[in-house]
Design a protein around this ligand. Structure first.
Ligand code: MLT
Length: 248
């Protein structure tokens, strides 16, 4: 079954969860891994991310779209394209917590955005799953049009039975002639525009420029480690270091 959760609160146990926060958390995480970061540690709060500060670790994220105090950079995929350390710690309002939530409910979790759309579809086409849930991060507990658009693009392309939510998402995707039309016309885009972050909307609207499918490779209290592939040793050491940092 192909299902869509319009908000992270609807995430449920599934074989596979595909988490989307196209403006901007999953775009930033995908770009960071494509650029060469070894892992992205998604934290469920800005406070937890601050406690994860460590050598070769870069703190990125946003509060109300702005870079939080003491962070090295914002939640901007353009900034994440420049590698400044080994691991990126990412704390955002909706996307990073949605990844942490999905990691606690689904067996396998991958991240999708427009930048890696074709790579995600290839991986889903090749994968073995019966029950797929596409989890839209949404915004402050409410559905976000741009996430539903990307969910609909994915749901429309996959083979298999679809829930009404998946059919509704596919109908939303069909309603927009271009990715930019969907990404530019929503409440999150208005917030980003108000902060002068139009370039991030344009960046996130690029389609299939990156061949990277980030996956959750380890989890700990309030965080999920995301990497390009399952590397048990690297994931384990990143997780242990993150647990130590948060509990110190
Ligand atoms: C979020 O997680 O809420 C978003 O990524 C917000 C943003 O990018 O400003």
């Amino acid at each position: 079954m192909i299902d869509v959760a319009f908000t992270a609160a609807e995430a449920r146990p599934a074989d596979l969860a595909v988490v989307i926060d196209v403006l901007r958390a999953t775009s930033t995480a995908t770009q960071a891994l494509a650029a060469g970061y070894r892992a992205v540690i998604c934290a469920d709060s800005v406070e937890r991310a601050r406690r994860m500060r460590g050598p070769r670790r870069v703190l990125a994220g946003e509060e109300r779209c702005r870079t939080p105090d003491g962070f090295d950079q914002g939640n901007s995929p353009g900034e994440a394209a420049t590698v400044r350390g080994e691991e990126l710690v990412l704390a955002t309002t909706n996307g990073a917590p949605a990844i942490v939530t999905a990691a606690g409910t689904a067996s396998t979790v991958v991240l999708a955005c427009l930048l890696n759309l074709e790579a995600v579809l290839d991986e889903l086409d090749a994968g073995c799953w019966d029950d797929l849930q596409i989890v839209c991060a949404g915004t402050n507990g409410a559905p976000a049009l741009e996430d539903i658009y990307v969910a609909g693009r994915i749901a429309a392309r996959l083979q298999g039975p679809r829930t009404d939510a998946a059919l509704a998402a596919a109908a939303v995707a069909r309603a927009y002639p271009t990715p930019l039309a969907a990404l530019g016309e929503n409440a999150d885009a208005r917030m980003l525009l108000a902060q002068g972050l139009e370039r991030d909307i344009l960046y996130c609207a690029q389609e299939s420029t990156l061949a990277v499918v980030p996956r959750v490779t380890a989890t700990g209290p309030g965080f999920a480690v995301v990497a390009r592939e399952l590397d048990p040793d690297a994931s384990f050491s990143t997780m242990i270091a993150a647990v130590k940092a948060t509990t110190a």
